[in-house]
Design a protein around this ligand. Structure first.
Ligand code: SAM
Length: 317
């Protein structure tokens, strides 16, 4: 066991991350802070007491105060008063990092507005652990918290997420997992890769990977227990229904028959590819064709050069 250092700390609010399962995932600095602050405020005082016991942190006669969504307005003034007096106060939510789908935001904001120093002792966040294990892209991600429990509102929240080109991370209750995955499959698309990450850092940690449709079907048949994070691949960016080669072939077909502008509009609508991209491909093809024409074997009929010029200065987007 590591002996936490109960050195005297400067006055201020310390936002302390705690484990999301395995008790030893707490950081040494978090233990030092918990050992040294004048006051500990916790979303759940029982689990905080257990954590202190496990790590040999002596509470002594220091106050351990419950602070959560229900008693926040009543307890906050007392904590702020202590902070104004220059005391050091640690705040920890029940699991992971405070304020990540957890209380602490109002307390930190009020402390900052009071001119109190606010700092963090970072540590576990279930969303990040799930992202790390999901196998999905980690370069861009969006944490969307919990989806609404009402089906209509859940679907509309999912519609807002549908076009986001970043991996989506959602917290979900095991009871609602099957329904949420079914709605995700219908709104975000059945084929989107996803991962259901369960009981992270705990004995029964499990990551199920598959498409949204596969996970929804599996969940309906074999519901899960425990805590769950859902991770879903972001929108593709290129929502084209045709391959680039198909788009080129179609452009070659239609450009001889109509203006460049109409050709681009038609192929953009047919393919789902962005108009600007179709326009660029058309210009490339015309350029290529003109060069080939000089060699005598181009495969376009008449191409209206004036039309192409007009497009360049026009509204292609
Ligand atoms: N503040 C926490 C954090 O930093 O991740 C999250 C607390 S939030 C009230 C609880 C939700 O986080 C759970 O419903 C679940 O979606 C997710 N969660 C927390 N611990 C987890 C774990 N060990 N495995 C999977 N999900 C977990």
């Amino acid at each position: 066991m590591v002996n936490p250092k109960s050195a005297e700390l400067d006055g201020g609010l310390y936002l302390v991350s705690v484990p999301i399962g395995t008790a030893r995932d707490i950081t040494l600095r978090a233990l030092d802070i918990l050992a040294g602050v004048d006051v500990i405020a916790a979303e759940d005082t029982r689990s905080m007491r257990r954590l202190l016991d496990i790590h040999g942190v002596v509470l002594g006669d220091r106050p351990l105060i419950a602070y959560h969504d229900h008693n926040g307005p009543r307890v906050r003034p007392k904590l702020l008063q202590w902070l104004r007096e220059g005391r050091s106060v640690a705040y920890a939510s029940e699991a992971g990092t405070p304020m990540v789908a957890d209380p602490g935001f109002d307390l930190a904001r009020a402390a900052r507005e009071d001119g109190t120093p606010v700092t963090a002792a970072p540590g576990p966040v279930a969303a990040i652990v799930a992202l790390t294990l999901s196998g999905l892209p980690t370069d861009r991600f969006l944490f969307a918290g919990f989806l609404p429990s009402n089906k209509g509102r859940r679907k509309s929240a999912l519609q807002d997420l549908a076009m986001i080109e970043a991996t989506l991370i959602l917290y979900e209750s095991p009871k609602r997992c099957a329904a949420s995955l079914a709605d995700m499959a219908s709104v975000l698309g059945e084929d989107r890769p996803a991962a259901l990450c369960r009981e992270l850092t705990k004995k029964f940690e499990e990551v199920r990977r598959g498409t949204l449709a596969e996970l929804a079907a599996e969940m309906a048949e074999r519901p899960v227990k425990g805590e769950v994070v859902l991770v879903v691949a972001g929108a593709d960016g290129d929502s084209s229904n045709l391959s680039s080669d198909d788009v080129d072939s179609r452009l070659k077909e239609v450009i001889p028959r109509m203006s460049l502008r109409d050709s681009v509009d038609l192929v953009a609508a047919e393919s789902g590819m962005k108009r600007r991209q179709v326009y660029q491909r058309a210009l490339d093809l015309i350029g290529r064709d003109a060069q080939e024409d000089q060699g005598g074997d181009g495969d376009f009929g008449a191409v209206n050069g004036a039309d192409a010029e007009g497009e360049k200065g026009g509204d292609a987007q």
